[in-house]
Write a protein that binds this ligand. Structure first.
Ligand code: SF4
Ligand code: SF4
Ligand code: SF4
Ligand code: FES
Length: 1020
């Protein structure tokens, strides 16, 4: 018999979706007379499925694991009938799937299911060929229900903007509960198994819209029937489903009447014809989420431009998971606000123009300005939301067509310090492993990261690993966000002091001989210099500086040193500080001295904010490097680009985003082309930025909408959305994924790559691309890290994590053998503590923190255009602590003015325990440009990368007289009361007095196989 042993990396990495329990040794079992290879401990149903033996299995979902609620998978195991999903494989098992006893149990189990479900497939929106309840009927060949359906007496719940629950369709399989409790780990859903008529409950019995449900959609995605259904499907998906309600009800009566007389088969045949007919108009297209850097991928179902639903399942980063934005946040694509024609400034107004006129004007003005002021009078900002191919073309345009290195992307606002810190220490500025590594860590530490809101699906894996007892979670943050509340330990260091506690913990580890000596000796350089650089960071000094006690830090040091697998995740709480690079490098140092690189479950994870912020930098939209981080003065890079582009790269570093604005104000920069970035609100010191825009001679803005940035433009070019084009995105794992065209570009818009190509042609460079795959081929030729990347290797859901060798071998986990330096060894970095510059003072007595909300993305240009999201989170606010509220006599809903040295905004107050003392928090999203938080932030930045120190801002709060309703509506999930439990808790169903195992057999729970062997005989 095989034993369960430690996780096998290859098995774990090959799994899509959340990691399941580790499997053991290879064994053999016999199924229906044939020998089958299996893993000890894996669910028997997996073996049966691999052998392609047809077996009903309504509640089993491979990404959820066995939940054992439906009993339809009954088989004979060593002569005893039991659940195939709930039985772990043991060597030598003899399994028979079609004995009389097994068949009787399967059919009886299914009969109980349809007694809970009104079968009206022909007029059902879920009749799409993938309804498990419908398909199981075919598998079992059932013609008549013996237990008739009876309405259950509950109303449909329509109170969530995105999906509805119909109790009369609910088969009580509990997949939704398992997904909510143990995958999303929002813990909203339960089933009241003890009730006379059980049903799914939200927060123990609230309407969905008033519960803690965050609308992630996990439950809807895994529901095996139409009980949970996307509202965008209702009345839209089927040939007959859009008919008026009375007619629809009559249609159901007809269906039921036919069933009573003719049995189920004719009805099923008709519904299958109807289902097949849907293939003619329902298009299913794989894409990649356009919001955050987790990189969820899924199929989008459309009927013309109507989005019927988003169906995740096969994505490597996410499996069945999404957050509200990826699952439901797509209204913005069809928003009436989309630009559909180029606009040209005409005095104080804009007029519509043809593409020809607009492109000609752009080319002419660029040519004139370059001729008059030189190439460095122009600059280019690539979009972190656009594709890799498009980011590549922006820098190609800058370097080849114009001849300048003035090109950057929005990683300057968030990720540059993390990339730099990692480049200095381990040689590659990206996550060192994948989400699988994070969920397989024994200890996850997050620093300055609101992971559950900013990287929701990645956070689900951390929450799940912790809930299932595999992983300890320690959170460092100044704000008590969701992950902080769930953490095993939550520490609130003083703002901007992370460097100090990290250095002190490292020093303690080294001083006490707790470091990984072998790892350091064999794989790391610079120990002596590093040790000297942190000499002053005693635990006592750290306590004074950070506010964390010496005992806490000592215990932390001992724990990190003793854990087997440590991952550290960080984000903008670290990077948007004056010492963002140094602190990032110090995180990496700590991982190096404890040997936490290059193994499953270890490594450094600076979580990427935008969907393609990783890719925008990878593609060379940076002032000092071309694609693949090749320096612009690297002789090999220069040679390759000379050959390919026919120009020599200029060796001088160009301007970054921050420097571009200063150069514009000085008069050195005259023209700027911004693609897909709401720079006027997302850069720090927004008023200063606007001054820069106003000083420009010529500004081109390319976007989906007439954004606040577009107000300053001379030409506005209407771009296509991600759903309207092909390309690739690279997520936080360095995972390159293809997106396919879900719908054609809205009339009048064009994909970014076509726009750059057209302007380049007008300026004498005929690129000749007809498809983004040709651009990727060029990227592969020019970029060693992308040498083996091609569209063929990225077909469908296939992915590659760069670096990718020419033969297509990729590297999901970096540094397994060597670090990315010539001698293969990592380098400890002797960093410097850079205390915050803007500590509160008498005039500005509060510390301002800012960041994302789960519901919104960045400034909110896309998500405010999603009606359901806007209803749940209608506007920005300022979170203040109960202490501050008491001191100033303020209540939630009160209007206040936040004032800094740089500007002022007017917001409503939200009193919450998430913030403490004199710290306040404002979300990055704002409905009105004049209230954007970056009117308050200043121009100081990270000493190495110029990333603005957004998190180093002081403000004062002037209370205004007006009081309105609470800025977070009652329907926001933050008001809900989750009901945590250990998954679906099927044992409570089995304990019901009326429960017997189907077929009249005794209830049978997993391990009681042998005990029941005598009681039940095979009757084959
Ligand atoms: S949070 Fe809401 S949408 Fe997500 S799984 Fe739970 S109930 Fe479903
Ligand atoms: S609502 Fe939940 S319990 Fe009901 S059928 Fe769907 S997944 Fe199963
Ligand atoms: S926003 Fe991020 S977590 Fe949410 S679906 Fe998109 S990629 Fe996934
Ligand atoms: S599939 Fe095994 S009990 Fe439901």
């Amino acid at each position: 018999m095989g034993e369960l042993d430690v996780p096998n990396d290859a098995q774990i990495r090959s799994e899509v979706g959340p990691t399941r329990r580790p499997r053991g040794a290879q064994v053999q079992v016999t199924v229906d007379g044939a020998a089958q290879a299996a893993w000890a401990g894996e669910p028997l149903v997996d073996v049966i499925n691999r052998a392609q033996i047809e077996l009903a299995q309504v509640c089993y979902h491979p990404q959820l694991g066995p939940i054992q609620t439906c009993d339809t998978c009954a088989v004979e195991i060593d002569g005893v009938v039991g659940r195939a999903c709930g039985t772990p494989v043991q060597a030598g098992m003899v399994v028979r799937t079609q004995t009389n006893a097994a068949r009787t149990a399967q059919r009886d189990a299914y009969d109980r299911i349809v007694a809970n479900h009104d079968l009206y497939c022909t007029v059902c929106d879920n009749n799409n060929g993938n309804c498990t309840v419908h398909n199981t009927l075919g598998v079992l060949g059932i013609d008549h229900q013996t237990r008739p359906f009876q309405p259950k007496g509950f109303e449909k719940d329509m109170s969530n903007p995105f999906y509805r629950y119909d109790p009369d369709q609910c088969i009580l399989c509990g997949r939704c509960v398992e997904a909510c409790q143990n995958v999303q780990v929002n813990e909203t859903l339960t089933i009241n198994w003890e009730a006379e008529q059980p049903r799914v409950l939200w927060d123990g019995g609230k309407p969905i819209g008033e519960s803690s449900c965050v609308s992630c959609g996990h439950c809807v995605t895994v529901c095996p029937c139409n009980a949970l259904q996307e509202k965008s499907m209702l009345g839209e998906a089927g040939l007959f489903t859009g008919i008026p309600l009375p007619v629809w009800n009559s249609a159901i009566d007809v269906v039921k009447g036919v069933e009573a007389s003719a049995g189920l088969k004719p009805i099923m045949n008709v519904s299958e014809i109807e289902s097949a007919a849907r293939d003619r108009y329902i298009k299913k297209t794989k894409t990649v989420c356009t919001y955050c850097g987790v990189g969820c991928s899924f199929d989008v179902w459309t009927d013309e431009r109507h989005i019927l639903k988003v169906e995740p399942g096969l994505g490597h980063a996410n499996g069945i998971s999404t957050c509200v934005k990826g699952k439901f946040g797509w209204d913005y694509v069809n928003s009436a606000d989309r630009l559909t024609s180029p606009l040209i400034r005409d005095g104080d107004r804009f007029r519509e123009a043809t593409w020809d006129e607009a492109l000609a004007l752009v080319a002419r003005r660029f040519t004139e300005i370059r001729a008059a002021k030189g190439p460095d009078a122009l600059a280019f900002v690539a979009s972190s939301k656009a594709s890799n191919e498009e980011a590549f073309l922006v820098q190609k345009f800058a370097r080849q067509v114009i001849g300048t290195n003035n090109v950057d992307n929005c990683s300057r606002y968030c990720q540059s310090p993390a990339s730099k810190g990692l480049s200095l220490t381990v040689g590659i500025g990206g996550d060192s492993g994948t989400i699988k590594d994070i969920e397989n860590a024994s200890l996850v530490i997050t620093v300055g990261s609101n992971t559950a809101e900013s990287h929701p699906v990645l956070a689900t894996r951390v929450k799940r690993a912790q809930k299932l007892g595999h992983t300890r979670v320690i959170v460092f943050d100044i704000r008590e966000h969701e992950l902080a509340r769930r953490a095993d330990e939550f520490h609130r260091p003083n703002p901007g002091t992370d460097f100090v506690w990290l250095a002190a913990v490292s020093k303690f580890i080294l001083d006490n001989g707790l470091e990984d000596k072998d790892f350091l000796r064999e794989r790391v350089n610079g120990l002596d210099e590093f040790r000297a650089s942190i000499e002053q960071y005693t635990l006592e000094r750290a306590e004074r500086e950070t506010g964390l006690s010496a005992e806490t830090l000592e215990a932390l040091a001992r724990r990190i040193a003793s854990e087997d697998r440590v991952c550290i995740l960080w984000a903008m709480g670290v990077t948007q500080q004056c010492g963002g690079t140094d602190t990032s490098a110090t995180i990496s140092n700590l991982l190096l001295i404890t040997g936490n690189y290059g193994r499953l479950g270890t490594g450094a994870y600076p979580l990427r904010g935008h969907n393609n912020v990783q890719g925008a930098s990878d593609m060379g939209a940076q002032p000092d490097a071309v694609s693949g981080y090749q320096k612009i003065d690297d002789p090999f890079a220069v040679q390759r680009h000379e050959r390919e582009w026919g120009v020599t790269l200029r060796p001088e570093r160009g301007l970054d985003n921050t420097q571009m604005i200063d150069a514009a104000i000085r008069g050195d920069l005259r023209a700027l082309w911004i693609t897909g970035e709401e720079m006027s609100l997302t850069d720090a010191n927004a008023n200063h930025l606007q001054e820069g825009f106003e000083a420009l001679e010529f500004l081109v803005v390319q976007d989906l909408y007439f954004t606040n940035t577009a107000r300053f433009a001379d030409v506005v070019l209407p771009a296509a959305a991600s759903l309207e084009k092909e390309g690739t995105f690279t997520n936080t794992e360095r995972r390159i994924q293809r997106l396919y065209e879900v719908m054609p570009p809205l009339k009048g818009t064009r994909p970014d790559w076509e726009i750059y190509t057209a302007v380049a042609e007008r300026m004498g460079h005929r690129w000749g691309y007809t498809h983004p795959s040709e651009i990727m081929a060029e990227i592969a030729r020019l970029t060693p890290h992308f040498a083996g990347v091609s569209y063929d290797r990225l077909e469908g859901y296939d992915t590659l994590c760069w670096p990718v060798a020419e033969d297509g071998t990729d590297q999901p986990l970096l540094y397994t053998e060597r670090f990315n330096f010539p001698d293969g060894k990592a380098r400890l970095y002797a960093g410097e503590y850079r205390p915050r510059q803007q500590a509160p003072n008498d005039d500005f007595d509060l510390h301002l923190n800012s960041g994302r909300m789960l519901e919104h993305f960045h400034e909110g240009n896309m998500t405010f255009r999603v009606a359901g999201i806007a209803a749940k989170a209608p506007d920005a606010f300022v979170e203040i602590s109960p202490e501050l509220a008491a001191e100033r006599n303020i209540q939630s809903g009160q209007w206040a003015r936040l004032v800094s040295e740089h500007g002022a905004v007017r917001l409503q107050v939200l009193v919450t325990g998430r913030v403490s003392g004199n710290q306040v928090f404002v979300p990055m999203n704002a409905r009105k440009a004049e209230d954007a938080v970056n009117r308050l932030t200043g121009s100081q930045g990270d000493a190495t990368t110029n990333t603005p120190a957004y998190k180093d801002t002081r403000v004062r709060l002037d209370v205004l007289r007006d009081v309105g309703p609470n800025p977070l509506p009652a329907t926001n999930p933050r008001w809900g009361h989750p009901t945590p439990q250990q998954g679906v808790e099927v044992e409570r169903k089995w304990a019901r007095p009326d429960y017997v195992f189907p077929g009249g057999l005794l209830p049978m729970h997993g391990d009681s196989l042998n005990a029941r062997a005598d009681a039940l005989g095979a009757d084959d």
